[in-house]
Design a protein around this ligand. Structure first.
Ligand code: FE2
Length: 170
């Protein structure tokens, strides 16, 4: 489950989801942006999205938490991103807060969907190596929130993910 091909450990697992969850995610209203469609900037947390996503990913998060030595966690935020052709996500990190992890959960994709690029901490100053994670339906990648990551320009109209942050507690 744990992967060590960049200098920081991250975690991957394929977690199948129900038709109801798929329909729910597909039916959420997203704001259109130049880079990708998303519902990141909402005023009120989308409680239903948080609850349904937690139901899907809780066993995976718990398994990783035990491995990392944490007792519990909270889902801090979740949002949806839909990539049409040419959409992308610039190099970014989510937070620099202790015990924060971020995730990307693939809900829909094709062979032409862009990979998730994970970089070593300090990129682009310290290292050019990227780990490219090929999207697969149901694949969840969980990584420390400070890891630089990006999505190259997409080549289909399908790439759909749920992303978010969790905070571990001892
Ligand atoms: Fe991100």
């Amino acid at each position: 489950m744990q992967v060590k091909d960049i200098s920081i450990e991250y975690f991957k697992k394929t977690i199948p989801f129900s038709k109801d969850y798929l329909e729910f995610v597909k039916n959420q209203k997203l704001n259109h942006h130049e880079t990708q469609n998303n519902n990141y900037d909402y005023d009120e947390p989308n409680k239903e999205l948080l609850d349904l996503t937690l139901k899907q990913l809780d066993p995976f998060f718990k398994e990783v938490g035990i491995y990392l030595g944490y007792k519990k966690y909270g889902l801090v935020k979740a949002w949806i991103q839909h990539y049409e052709k040419g959409h992308f996500h610039d190099l970014h990190t989510h937070e620099s807060i202790k015990d924060f992890y971020s995730f990307s959960y693939i809900i829909d994709c094709t062979e032409d969907s862009s990979h998730l690029n994970l970089y070593n901490p300090g990129y682009p100053y310290l290292s050019y190596y990227a780990k490219k994670i090929k999207p697969e339906i149901g694949l969840c990648t969980l990584f420390p929130c400070f890891l630089p990551h990006s999505v190259d320009p997409n080549k289909d109209n399908v790439r759909l993910i749920v992303s978010g942050n969790i905070k571990w507690q001892k």
